[in-house]
Design a protein around this ligand. Structure first.
Ligand code: SAH
Length: 391
């Protein structure tokens, strides 16, 4: 038997639509249950609406992981293991394991498992625990991964998470410790630094977009702005680009880019520059690059700074549009959750209008298929991109 949260009358619509977030304002009272415990959600007339993880300090008081309409006695190991094996079967359908051994196994709400990210790097699983409820069942998760023949399990949480009070430091909870591993993505090799890398170590979400760059880079001068591990750069080089310039502000990132270029023997015509991309884009010559990739970090971290972030996106896009060669291809992205696809397109539209160039959208881009978006949780569509043709 689980403790009960009750919805206010009239607040059941979003739950009926299977949106997994229950905001504190939708509940009848302030509940004082333990952080992370599993609770049963009921509507005002005592109908069961499902089960979720309770968060006493967050505005999202409960994150639903099951919309059962009948009482469930116990969510046990087998229950959570099934979520993980189901996610694995889906990845097996989507990813060619012969040329790719890194992928996202659990994409939080996108795999009906709020608060949990699991990325697989060859035989190693890297877990991000985003809420206390997931921390409380970490042994179930670990055991499920071992059954999938994972040899090492590492926990790498975001640096601070006071609201959820998630406390596990960077650590290996299974298998031999290692900081670096090499993975294969579309037959391209990549070093991933688990300890010092951003997020879980590598941006798996850009796999398909990197592949598209490879297909379009032949004989082109390519600029990869905000290069991080240099994934786009190596793909462009593998696609026989004439020249690939990678720019990142971080020394670690530029070193990583160089390492990955060497690992794939693509150092010829590759240049790695440590610089602020805002300055680089402003100062770079006109009519030099045929292909530009803009994949910056999330400029908008909270709803409060949407405007400032939007100015950042507009500025880099405007510079790229002004400078790119005639008939150039611009890949432009935003991974800010608070910027909707619509808003992103509006910002890019603003830059296009100011640039005075003729610009067409060739393709809408998004995160890879191993980052599914729960249709009832559109917030899961965080990576937005446009491939633009600039005349
Ligand atoms: N395109 C990368 C991911 C980029 S992550 C990939 O496919 O893996 C964002 C990167 O932007 C980080 O490496 C960070 O160091 C870099 N960065 C942040 N602000 C920057 C700035 N003003 N100029 C250049 N690089 C910046």
């Amino acid at each position: 038997m689980y403790k009960i949260l009750k919805l206010k009358k009239g607040r059941e619509k979003s739950v009926m639509n299977k949106h997994p977030w229950i905001f504190s304002g939708a509940l009848q009272e302030k509940y004082h249950y333990t952080n992370g415990e599993i609770v049963e959600l009921q509507t005002f007339d005592n109908t069961i609406a499902g089960y979720g993880f309770f968060s006493p300090k967050s505005q999202i008081s409960c994150r639903m992981f099951d919309f059962a309409d009948k009482p469930v006695e116990l969510f046990d190991y087998n229950y959570f293991k099934k979520k993980i094996t189901n996610a694995y079967y889906l990845r097996k359908k989507l990813i060619n394991f012969e040329n790719t051994n890194c992928f996202r196994l659990i994409h939080a709400e996108g795999d009906f498992f709020p608060g949990l990210i699991i990325d697989i790097y060859n035989d190693t699983a890297v877990i991000q625990v985003l809420i206390k409820g997931v921390e409380l069942i970490i042994d179930f998760i670990k055991q499920s991964l071992i059954e999938l023949d994972i040899k090492r399990i590492c926990i790498k949480n975001p640096e601070s998470n006071d609201i959820e009070n998630v406390s596990i430091p960077f650590s290996f909870i299974y298998g031999e410790e290692t900081d670096e591993i090499t993975v294969l993505e579309n037959n391209i090799q990549c070093h991933v630094n688990l300890r010092s890398g951003q997020k879980t170590g590598f941006f798996l979400d850009q796999r398909d977009n990197r592949q598209l760059v490879r297909e379009l880079a032949k004989d082109k001068s390519v600029l990869n702005a905000f290069s991080y591990t240099g994934g786009f750069s190596v793909y462009a080089a593998k696609g026989n680009a004439k020249e690939v310039v990678s720019v990142d502000i971080s020394k670690d990132a530029t070193e990583m880019t160089t390492k990955n270029i060497l690992l794939n023997s693509e150092e010829k015509n590759s240049f790695v520059i440590k610089a602020d991309c805002f300055n680089y884009l402003r100062e770079m010559p006109e009519n030099h690059f045929d292909v530009i990739i803009l994949d910056p970090p999330a400029f908008v971290k909270s709803a409060k700074n949407i405007q400032a972030g939007a100015r950042g996106y507009k500025e880099i896009n405007l510079q790229a549009m002004k400078k790119i060669c005639k008939n150039g291809l611009l890949f432009t992205f935003s991974c800010s959750q608070h910027i909707t696809p619509d808003l992103f397109q509006k910002i890019v539209f603003g830059a296009a209008a100011d640039s005075g160039r003729n610009i067409r959208i060739i393709r809408h881009l998004s995160q890879g298929m191993d980052h599914p978006i729960n249709i009832y949780h559109p917030e899961g569509e965080y990576l937005k991109g446009l491939l633009l043709y600039v005349e």
